[in-house]
Each structure stands twice: as structure tokens, then as C-alpha cells.
Design a protein around this ligand. Structure first.
Ligand SMILES: [Zn+2]
Length: 284
């Protein structure tokens, strides 16, 4: 066999291997679902001639269930490539994520199964959401609509195996390490709040002295109890939690409004972590 013939022989073998492998994979993909071939499945047909590596890679069974992408030329600015995101594309995706809740268990990372069982027993007033796990140690819970998401967010604090659960609405600039560990929504009680301060405006004003007020509980809205108002406020937990605030009434007189918390998170300024405090341990 001449050198040239040898090379041709190898090329034929390779392309046969690829071809039969593709056939197996396509078959495997078909046995998983009876769907029409997707764009990528169709494009793997071209891969049999062994010319396009992108198509070879795309041809595996996992990718075959994904979706085809297309090339969008980046912009060049000062000699550097810049990818410019488009408003309508991002808004479409943001809409989907509006129903998401970030869920974090302080001091523990339970399994998805444990979280699903918790949701089924504690949040049985909403339809069963889908739960995702993020490698940074938190979960994303996907509710059917914003109403159900809010019902859960405002349902009060929960624990799993005696560990507090933190729930937060997903936002466009969400960064787990920046946000969840440093700013938390906490239920705050305002004991003996003068009854003429129970309006939403005044509660917002007082809550703003603590952080970003988010919600007021149903009993407070309907004034079903009058010994304390209860509001949910996003508070910076890297600093000591305020226990009171000065309020100036209409006559110009000041009074001290105390705060109490349903749950006080521990934050360690040494380790920059939630769930313990090295300094407290040392002094105990
Ligand atoms: Zn520490």
C-alpha cells in the first residue's frame, strides 16, 4: 500500500467510526424522546463527513436535547471585542426569573430532596415549585407565578433541622456572596407603636430607619392585634442590629421606638460569614 493509499484508508475508517457512532447516538437520543429532530440533531448529519468539529461536539446525546445557537458578531472597540447585550432579549429572560426565590440554609447545605420535602410540608399553600441547586451552596426555587412567590416570601421565617432558612426574591443584580450573606430580610416587631403610626406610609418611614422595608404582615395591615406592628425589612447584618430608633412626632416631640427581631442572624466579621461569630465564642 502506498503512503497516499494508507492515509486514505485511515480517513475512510475514521469517517466510518464517526458515522456509526453518530448513528448510535442519534438512536439513543430518539429512544429517549419521540420528538422531531432538533436543529442540532439535523446538523449532526453533516458531521458524518468529518469536516466540522463544532458539529461533532454538538452531536452528543446531551447537547442533542438543547437548542441551536447562532453567531452574532461582537463589536470591536479600541481593538477589543465587546459583546453587547440587547434589552428585549434580557427583559424576556428577566421576566422568567421574577418568580424565583433564592433559598439558603444558614450553616447547612441540605440535599435537593430535603428542600423539596420541606417545601411540600411547609409551603403546601402554593403549587409545587421546581428546585435548583447552585454550587455556591444555595437553592433557586421556581414558582408558578409572582403571587405564589410572594405568598412564600411573606409567610414568615422557617427552619430546617433547626437551621434558619433565608428566602429572598431574585433580582437582576443578584450576587449570592454579596447579598445573601450581608443583607437579609428580617421580621421586625415594633412593640407599642402608637396606633396613628400604623399606616403604610409611616411604617415604611420607620422601616427605612432600619434598612429597606419590604412588607408588613397581615395582622398589622388589618390591625388584628395592637400590641406590636410587624414588618419585613432588608437589613445589613454585618453591623449590629439596631434595637431602637428616634421618631419625631407632629408636635416635634421625639420618642424612642424599640425593635425586636423574630430571629437574629449571627455574622462573623473575622471570617465574613453568616452563622457564627468567632468574637462571641472567644468571650464566652
Ligand atoms: Zn468566624
Amino acid at each position: 500500500m502506498t503512503k497516499q493509499a494508507e492515509i486514505q484508508q485511515i480517513e475512510v475508517q475514521n469517517s466510518n467510526n464517526i458515522g456509526s457512532k453518530k448513528a448510535e447516538e442519534t438512536h439513543a437520543a430518539e429512544s429517549h424522546s419521540e420528538k422531531q429532530p432538533t436543529a442540532i440533531e439535523a446538523s449532526t448529519e453533516k458531521a458524518k463527513d468529518g469536516k466540522c468539529w463544532a458539529n461533532l461536539v454538538a452531536g452528543n446525546t446531551f447537547a442533542a436535547r438543547g437548542m441551536g445557537l447562532s453567531f452574532v458578531a461582537p463589536v470591536i472597540q479600541n481593538g477589543e471585542k465587546i459583546v453587547e447585550l440587547q434589552q428585549d432579549e434580557i427583559e424576556k429572560e428577566t421576566e422568567k426569573w421574577k418568580m424565583e426565590v433564592i433559598l439558603y440554609v444558614v450553616g447547612d447545605t441540605p440535599s435537593i430532596g430535603a428542600i423539596e420535602r420541606f417545601i411540600a410540608s411547609q409551603w403546601n399553600f402554593v403549587s409545587r415549585p421546581k428546585v435548583y441547586y447552585h454550587n455556591d451552596g444555595f437553592f433557586v426555587v421556581n414558582f408558578r407565578n409572582v403571587e405564589e412567590r410572594n405568598e412564600v416570601l411573606y409567610s414568615g421565617s422557617c427552619t430546617i433541622n433547626n437551621k434558619p432558612i433565608i428566602t429572598k426574591a431574585w433580582t437582576t443584580d443578584f450576587d449570592f456572596n454579596e447579598e445573601v450573606l450581608k443583607t437579609l430580610p428580617l421580621w421586625v416587631k415594633l412593640p407599642n407603636l402608637p396606633l396613628n403610626c400604623w399606616g403604610m406610609d409611616s411604617l415604611s418611614r420607620i422601616g427605612s430607619g432600619l434598612g429597606i422595608p419590604v412588607y408588613v404582615d397581615e395582622c398589622t395591615t388589618k390591625v388584628e392585634r395592637i400590641s406590636y406592628a410587624r414588618i419585613l425589612v432588608e437589613i445589613d447584618i454585618t453591623k449590629p442590629l439596631p434595637t431602637r430608633i428616634l421618631v419625631k412626632d407632629l408636635s416635634g416631640k421625639q420618642f424612642e421606638q424599640p425593635f425586636t427581631y423574630d430571629w437574629k442572624p449571627m455574622y462573623c466579621n473575622n471570617c465574613l460569614q453568616l452563622g457564627h461569630n468567632c468574637q462571641v465564642k472567644q468571650t464566652q
